[in-house]
Design a protein around this ligand. Structure first.
Ligand SMILES: O=C(O)CCC(=O)C(=O)O
Ligand SMILES: [Fe+2]
Length: 379
C-alpha cells in the first residue's frame, strides 16, 4: 500500500474560494478497475458511515455554537455569541446552516476526483508560481521552516470557473469536477456564499462600518498533515468528518483538537478580517494532524468554502470607516501588520508560492509564506 493522506480543496480566485479536503489510502495498483470499484465502496460506505467517534479521552477545545437560523432573524443573544467567538478565538461551530445536502455531494465529488489515477490528477497540478486553483499533490507544500512536507492532497475549484461554467475563467479541471459543476459544485458555492455573506454583514455592522463597504467581487508533534497557518481570506466555512483540526489555544503555545460535531459546520476568520478590523477580529493559528485514537486508522476528508476579498482590495485596516477600528489601531502594539499595503491577490499569491516545497530556500522562504500569525515577519 502506498499511504496517501490527501486533501481535496475547492477554491475560487476573484471573490471566494472553496476547498474540499480529504485523506485516503490508495493501493499502488489503483488504476485497475476492480480496485477502483473496491475503493469506491470504501469511500462511500466504510469511510462516510463507519468511522469511529472522536475519542472520549482526548482533550478538545470548546467552541461556541452559533445558530444560523437565529442569526438570520437578528436574534440579539445569538449575535452577541458570534461576536464573542469572533473576537476571542476566531472559531465557532455553526448549526442549522442548511448546507448538509450540498456538502454531502461535494464529498462524493472529492472521492471521485481523488480516485482518478495519479497521472491524471497531475495534469491539473497548480504549479509553483502562486496559482492556487487545480490539483495539489501530497508533499508539494512545506509545512514549516525546516521544509518538512505536507501529507495532504487537494483539488481547488475557482468560484469564477464554476459560476462561469462551461467557459473557463482561470483554468480547466479533471472530468470528475466538470461532471458535477452544475449538479454539485455550483449549488454548494451558492449556499456557502449565502452563509458567509450573512455572517460578514453582521461583522460589518458590529464593527461600525458603513453599509455596503467594498465587498468581495462577484456575488460575493505529530507530522502535520497541514502545517500551522491562518487562513488567507475573510471567512472559512469548514465541514470536516474526523478529528485532526487543532487550534492554538489563545495566550498559550498549546495545540488542542476541535471535535467535529455532526450537523455543525466550523467557521473561522482569516487574515483579511483581522487586518480590516485592526485586530479586533481574530484569525487564529490552526493546523491539521492525523485523527486521534481509533480514528487514526481512517482517511480524513474535509471541505472548505473560503470567502476572500476581491483581488484588487488593499489589505489595510479600515480606520477611516470605523472609529472602533481607528481606536484599535491606536492601541495596537504592532500596528504595521494592519497596513500591509498588499492587495488581496498579492497576499494570496505570496503565501501560496512561498509554501510550495519546490520554492523552499530555507527558513526565509517559509517566513515569506506567513500571514497574520507570525506578525514580525508577515508584513
Ligand atoms: O481540515 C480541516 O479541518 C481544516 C483545514 C484547514 O485549516 C484549511 O484548509 O485551511
Ligand atoms: Fe485553515
Amino acid at each position: 500500500m502506498l499511504a496517501y493522506s490527501p486533501y481535496v480543496q475547492l477554491l475560487t480566485n476573484s471573490g471566494c474560494f472553496e476547498r474540499l479536503i480529504e485523506a485516503v489510502s490508495i493501493s499502488d495498483s489503483h488504476n485497475e478497475p476492480d480496485i477502483k470499484v473496491l475503493l469506491e465502496h470504501f469511500y462511500r460506505h466504510v469511510f462516510y458511515r463507519e468511522s469511529p467517534p472522536f475519542p472520549e479521552d482526548v482533550p478538545t477545545h470548546p467552541l461556541l455554537v452559533v445558530d444560523y437560523e437565529l442569526l438570520k432573524v437578528n436574534d440579539e443573544d445569538e449575535i452577541a455569541k458570534l461576536w464573542k467567538a469572533a473576537t476571542e478565538l476566531g472559531f465557532w461551530y455553526l448549526k442549522n446552516h442548511g448546507a448538509d445536502e450540498e456538502v454531502k455531494k461535494m464529498f462524493d465529488m472529492g472521492a471521485e476526483t481523488m480516485a482518478l489515477p495519479f497521472e491524471e490528477k497531475m495534469k491539473f497540478e497548480q504549479g509553483d508560481d502562486g496559482m492556487s486553483c487545480g490539483y495539489k499533490a501530497a508533499g508539494a507544500n512545506a509545512t514549516d521552516e525546516t521544509g518538512a512536507l505536507d501529507t495532504v492532497e487537494f483539488i481547488n475549484v475557482s468560484k469564477d470557473d464554476a459560476l462561469g461554467w462551461p467557459k473557463p475563467v482561470h483554468r480547466v479541471y479533471p472530468s470528475t469536477v466538470n461532471a458535477r459543476m452544475e449538479s454539485t459544485i455550483i449549488p454548494f458555492i451558492r449556499k456557502s456564499i449565502d452563509v458567509n455573506t450573512t455572517l460578514l454583514e453582521i461583522f460589518n455592522g458590529l464593527l461600525g462600518l458603513p453599509r455596503n463597504p467594498p465587498r468581495p467581487e462577484g456575488i460575493s508533534e505529530k507530522k502535520a498533515a497541514l502545517g500551522a497557518h491562518t487562513d488567507f481570506g475573510s471567512l472559512s466555512f469548514l465541514h470536516n468528518r474526523l478529528g485532526g483540526l487543532q487550534v492554538m489555544v489563545p495566550g498559550t503555545d498549546k495545540w488542542q483538537y476541535v471535535k467535529p460535531i455532526s450537523g455543525h459546520a466550523i467557521c473561522n476568520l482569516g487574515d483579511a478580517m483581522t487586518i480590516f478590523s485592526g485586530g479586533i477580529l481574530k484569525s487564529n493559528l490552526h493546523r491539521v494532524v492525523p485523527p486521534p485514537g481509533a480514528q487514526s486508522q481512517y482517511e480524513r476528508w474535509s471541505l472548505v468554502y473560503f470567502t476572500r476579498p476581491g483581488n484588487t482590495v488593499i489589505l489595510n485596516a479600515l480606520t477611516e470607516d470605523s472609529p472602533m477600528i481607528a481606536d484599535a489601531i491606536i492601541k495596537a502594539a504592532d500596528a504595521g501588520i494592519f497596513n500591509s499595503g498588499q492587495t488581496a491577490s498579492e497576499w494570496f499569491a505570496r503565501r501560496t508560492k512561498n509554501q510550495r516545497a519546490k520554492n523552499q530556500k530555507g527558513a526565509e522562504t517559509w517566513r515569506a509564506s506567513r500571514g497574520t500569525e507570525h506578525r514580525a515577519s508577515a508584513a
